[in-house]
Design a protein around this ligand. Structure first.
Ligand code: F6R
Length: 254
């Protein structure tokens, strides 16, 4: 695991966009695993700028998103399909037919999860998986629990996650109670993982994920077992690591 320090959110986003761009330049038909939420928005904005400047071509890129709320259609403005269209896909030359997000309205969600595992396999696996991290250490919607779930599955969202995501909805009652999410196994089979973290709210989860025991109670801690993980975190998110570990030499300041 390599941890890169960023000054702030913008710096984190710039560094992340540089790594994603490098992936696209090195493998123009790469499969990108993408995330939603506040964290990657700045990086997506920078990717759009690079595309507009003529430096980045998405025409052969395929993508698989981590998760989707159960019960929301792709046109719902809080669905993750809508988020991806709005924050990235509508602004670059990606072929939307090559973009995948679980179907939140699937009549048979279990069958949809199986189909999604199959999609990832058919795509040939994920070259670069982008991740944010929940305040409780979740990745995708893999919430703290007793076992690591391998494949895509339906999950009950914790109250903490619903509260934290309520900021995007008009009230907490509108936040779905369930989601479809890639499993930890899907994420771990990505060739490379890029985890972003910004803000003090993420400091504890980040510290425990990087330096605590590997446990499904802190789902992101499993990334310690992946051979190619890059973490980019701003100083607020790094604050507990800086204070507690004595492993400062593991942090690349540049
Ligand atoms: C989003 C996702 C979640 C978020 C996490 C952090 O697709 O899978 O794990 O990355 O909840 O959310 P933000 O970035 O809003 O703090």
């Amino acid at each position: 695991m390599k941890i890169y320090a960023a000054k702030d959110y913008n710096d984190m986003s710039r560094k992340a966009a540089n790594i994603i761009s490098a992936q696209i330049l090195l493998k123009p038909d790469a499969v990108l695993g993408l995330a939603t939420g506040s964290t990657p928005v700045g990086a997506y904005r920078q990717l759009i700028e690079k595309h507009e400047a003529g430096d980045l071509d998405f025409s052969r890129i395929h993508s698989v998103n981590l998760d989707e709320y159960k019960g929301l259609s792709g046109d719902h403005d809080q669905s993750y399909r809508y988020f991806m269209n709005h924050n990235l896909f509508d602004h670059v030359n990606i072929d939307k037919a090559n973009t995948n997000v679980p179907n939140g309205l699937a009549e048979d969600p279990e069958a949809e999860c199986k189909r999604y595992n199959h999609v990832i396999e058919e795509e040939g696996g994920i070259d670069l998986q982008l991740l944010g991290i929940g305040n409780n250490g979740h990745i995708g919607f893999n919430e703290p629990c007793d076992v690591f779930e391998k494949g895509t599955h339906v999950v009950t969202l914790t109250e903490e996650t619903r509260q934290s995501n309520a900021r995007f909805f008009t009230s907490i009652d509108e936040v779905p109670t369930h989601a479809l999410t890639m499993g930890v196994g899907n994420i771990m089979s990505a060739k490379k993982v890029l985890l972003l973290a910004s803000g003090e709210g993420k400091a504890k989860a980040l510290y425990e994920s990087c330096f605590g025991p590997v446990t499904p109670q802190v789902p992101a801690s499993v990334l310690q077992l992946h051979s190619d993980v890059v973490v980019i975190a701003d100083e607020a998110a790094l604050s507990l690591i800086r204070k507690n570990t004595g492993w400062e030499d593991m942090i690349y300041d540049n």
